[in-house]
Design a protein around this ligand. Structure first.
Ligand code: ADP
Ligand code: MG
Length: 239
């Protein structure tokens, strides 16, 4: 239900040698929320994203996704959770360069369940890339490649989309196209967690988590967040 916790983090740390990339992070993220994660380079943004995205596990602390403990799962279990529930978007696209846009989306389907060309075409149409289905990544601009990545991320109808600097390699016009897609997803109830350096991108979120030296330094809520989730959201219940 919208407003319930999708993620609950309690004292989550990720230590590499003697570096705490993430230190004692406690945070509740709501279903349907658009959360921005900001902070200087090296502050732990990608580390947090990797843990939320089931690509890494904390060295201590607890993290729940839809009430299920992630910190106790092995790699294989995490991969299953990731495929079923999480859509990932990266700054560097990570498209397979010798496959077309359509084939790149179908690879994601293959890992999720079963390739379905019609569904893959629909996903590309949704991001305005239907006419480019047969094009290779090098035949597309950065913005177009990122739209293919959004289509790829949506293939499993994820309840949460995690994006790490999704507009970092895009010009302003393409940044706007990607943000428009994010607004559509948010309007449809998808939870969005977006790591960004860009103040314009960060300002689209309903809350901003500001990381410094691996710690959550500040959480800034907008009025929109309060309207959507209210004071009652604090204890995990929304009437
Ligand atoms: P950000 O995404 O905010 O730039 P990161 O989460 O990538 O920050 O990194 C946070 C800190 O953790 C940095 O000091 C970085 O050097 C360190 N770090 C990240 N990943 C590793 C790793 N695999 N091994 C060792 N140190 C790491
Ligand atoms: Mg990073």
């Amino acid at each position: 239900m919208a407003g319930n916790a999708i993620y609950e983090l309690s004292g989550v740390s990720r230590v590499y040698g003697d570096v705490a990339a993430l230190a004692e992070a406690s945070l509740t993220i709501r279903q349907g929320e658009w959360l921005s994660v900001v902070g200087p380079s090296g502050s732990g943004k990608t580390t947090l994203m990797n843990i939320l995205g089931c690509m890494d596990t904390p060295t201590s602390g607890t993290i729940l996704l839809d009430g299920e403990r992630l910190d106790r799962q092995g790699e294989r279990e995490l991969a299953v959770i990731r495929r079923r529930r999480i859509g990932l978007i990266f700054q560097k696209f990570h498209l397979i360069k010798h496959l077309t846009a359509l084939e790149n989306v179908m690879v994601a389907q293959y890992y999720h369940s079963m390739p379905d060309e019609n569904e893959a075409r629909e996903a590309l149409e949704r991001v305005g890339m239907g006419a480019r289905a047969g094009h290779l990544p090098r035949q597309m601009s950065g913005g177009e490649q990122q739209r293919v990545c959004v289509a790829r991320a949506l293939i499993n109808s994820p309840s949460v989309v995690l994006a790490d600097e999704p507009t970092g390699n895009l010009d302003e016009a393409n940044e706007q196209i990607v943000l428009d897609l994010f607004h559509q997803l948010h309007d449809e109830g998808t939870t969005l967690i977006v790591v960004t350096h860009d103040a314009t991108v960060a300002a689209q979120g309903q809350r901003q988590v500001i990381l410094r030296h691996g710690r959550i330094d500040q959480v800034v809520e907008t009025d929109d967040y309060r309207r959507a989730f209210g004071a009652a959201a604090v204890d995990g219940q929304v009437a």
